[in-house]
Design a protein around this ligand. Structure first.
Ligand SMILES: Nc1nc2c(ncn2[C@@H]2O[C@H](COP(=O)(O)OP(=O)(O)OP(=O)(O)O)[C@@H](O)[C@H]2O)c(=O)[nH]1
Ligand SMILES: [Mg+2]
Length: 468
């Protein structure tokens, strides 16, 4: 089973490079899902396609060291030279240029590189798309490519990992680009992990003691959480001592049935298991990723971590929608009343940010004891809508996660994923009302109606989540 990673634009390529380094360093061997032997068996290649319309970033990445800089596994890997797709110049933060010009012009070369990678998988488990939503290439060309991928591989899962820009506004038209991208992802991707530069930067500064975090710092932090989800793990039950009741989606494959029969544990199949457990409803595809522990690398060897403490942090993050351990509001508690009374609206003006409701959660635990630690608190039905009967999936792996003796990622389909989107929508509508910068988009063939329909589709997403 292989998963093809498509790195798009500057942010997507730099994040992808960090992801492969993380996957290579955090486990004892290079995982087959993301690495393959080259045809001459002499090298190991990342299952990746690198796309950017300006060549500089990609040329920089392929020259950077591939083994991890941290101690541990130095297993070498490279990118496949035939998996690079570049043009003469970028899209200048113009979504329409990426979508309407570069998209059709580069489609053949992008699909050729992707088909080659798919052919190298015995079974293709789907695609992970890495992109920034604020620029022109990752966002506009990325939206075009996701549509084309869904068209050519309709039964393959597509998970997008999409970077939200700093909200202070590095790029004047970033809100347009975010909204246009998201409306396309909502239609053609199966799950959308939103990662916010603002949050990554705050964690780097306040918890990791990095005063002026670089993109490399942000990316390293972000992929730690993603790698924890993507490396091999197996399903476990919510209550460690209860009878295994494996999920229906795992039971369907003969491979999984065999694993259950022989060992009582079924491996998590990327990406189908992840997405079927979290994004089973087409109206809810927005995912947030949280990770613990959050400590500077230099403190790892001197800190004692316990499952109880780490899971307590993670659960409070789930309840409050917070993303970091520091300054978390411990006063927010699950209400005790039953029925609809306790369903306080996180979006309501009278009771803002009271509770973060989720559609479903996936908890991945790595480290000794991860098979038997109790996690039923994460399945509390007060965290989920009334119609959700099986809200929590849990996977574990008893090996440590790189230098982390224990680590946990929580991937949640929850309301907090749409906070930044909701803010971008307000700002985007304000700009649209004054028709600001629209001529840049019209020059590349985009029409006003496309803005209106994209904004309306994002408005639908926000309103669905707000009424959970
Ligand atoms: N986390 C993170 N964000 C990045 C990185 N590089 C750029 N960004 C963010 O991405 C946005 C800009 O998008 P880019 O990825 O540079 O744009 P692009 O896709 O290359 O598109 P064009 O340059 O317009 O062709 C800004 O919000 C940046 O903060 C990175 O390595 N990591
Ligand atoms: Mg660029």
């Amino acid at each position: 089973m292989g998963v093809v990673v498509v790195q798009l634009g500057q942010g997507g390529n730099q994040m992808g490079y960090a992801l492969f380094r993380c996957l290579a360093s955090m486990s004892n061997s290079l995982p087959d899902e993301f690495f393959r032997s080259s045809p001459n068996k002499k090298e190991t290649k990342a299952r990746a396609v690198l796309i950017d319309m300006e060549p500089k970033v990609i040329h920089g990445i392929i020259r950077r060291p591939k083994y991890p800089s941290v101690q541990g596994n130095r297993a070498d890997w490279t990118y496949n030279a035939h998996g690079l797709v570049t043009g003469d110049s970028g899209s200048g933060n113009n979504w329409a240029r990426g979508y309407y010009d570069h998209g059709p012009q580069s489609l053949d070369s992008m699909m050729k590189a992707i088909r080659t990678e798919v052919e190298h998988c015995d079974v293709c488990g789907g695609f992970i798309i890495l992109q920034s939503m604020a620029g022109g290439t990752g966002a506009g060309l990325g939206a075009y490519l996701v549509e084309a991928l869904k068209d050519e591989f309709p039964s393959s899962f597509i998970l997008s990992y999409s970077i939200c820009p700093y909200e202070s506004g590095e790029i004047i038209v970033q809100n347009y680009n975010v909204l246009l991208t998201l409306s396309h992802l909502q239609s053609f991707a199966d799950g959308i992990i939103i990662v916010q530069n603002e949050q990554l930067s705050t964690i780097c500064r306040t918890l990791l003691s990095i005063q002026r975090p670089s993109f490399d710092d942000l990316n390293e932090l972000a992929v730690q959480a993603l790698g924890c989800v993507l490396l091999p793990s197996h399903w476990r039950t919510v209550e460690p001592n209860s009878q295994p009741t494996f999920k229906a989606f795992s039971k369907s494959s003969s491979e999984s049935e065999q694993t259950i029969a022989t060992s009582g544990q079924s491996s998590v199949r990327l990406l189908s298991d992840l997405l079927s457990s979290l994004c089973f409803h087409p109206g809810y595809k927005m995912l947030t990723l949280r990770f613990t522990p959050q400590v500077p690398a230099q403190s790892l060897d001197f800190t004692n971590f316990t499952w109880d403490a780490q899971l307590k942090y993670l659960r409070q993050m789930l309840i409050t929608g917070a993303y970091k351990e520091l300054e978390m509001d411990w006063n927010i508690k699950l209400p005790t009343a039953s029925g609809h009374d306790y369903r306080q609206r996180i979006f309501s003006s009278s009771a803002p940010h009271l509770m973060n409701r989720s559609v479903a959660s996936l908890l991945i635990l790595r480290g000794s004891g991860s098979d038997c630690v109790g996690v039923s608190d994460f399945a509390d039905d007060r965290l989920y809508p009334i119609w959700q009967v099986d809200p929590l999936s849990v996977a574990s792996c008893s090996s440590s996660y790189g230098r982390y003796e224990l680590a946990a990622s929580l991937l949640t389909n929850c309301q907090s994923s749409v906070y930044p989107v909701s803010r971008a929508l307000t700002k985007g509508y304000n700009m649209l009302a004054s028709k600001a910068y629209l001529y840049q988009y019209f020059e590349h063939g985009m029409e006003y109606a496309s803005f209106e329909s994209a904004f309306a589709s994002v408005e639908d997403i926000v309103s669905r989540y707000s009424s959970l």
